[in-house]
Design a binder for this molecule. Sequence first.
Ligand code: THU
Length: 142
Amino acid sequence: MSPDLSRLFAAARAAQGRAYAPYSRFPVGAALLDESGALHAGCNVENAAYPVGTCAEAGAIAAMVASGGRRIAALLVLGPGPVLVTPCGACRQRLREFAGPAVRVHVADPAGLRAAFTVGALLPDSFGPDNLGAAPGGTDGG
Ligand code: THU
């Protein structure tokens, strides 16, 4: 495993350990590297009102944006195994906001890496910031 992947794996594993998933009992951690090499992690946070729960990827993206990052360089999502935990449809769109089509999304479980996809493969022909004439990761975020 490359040093970057090792960092992503360790951060996602640690975040998974802090997941709040009392309803699904399916803890997920996610970690991403931003354009400056900073690491951001998130976990799923469920809710008694089920649809209000949030995915690990959404938490990692929010952590990145809150600390000033604007572009995802790579992301790793880690589930309990043995099934692959590929990002849900909504999270594919969330990733698309901050990542170009070539960005890698790694899928892992506690035993190690399981698969890798590109954002473009996960969400082909997507609608993104450029469709609205906005620069991806632009500084006009308010
Ligand atoms: N979940 C994630 O956090 N990320 C994914 O990529 C797939 C699913 C969460 C949502 C919910 O809390 C639990 O896993 C079961 O769907």
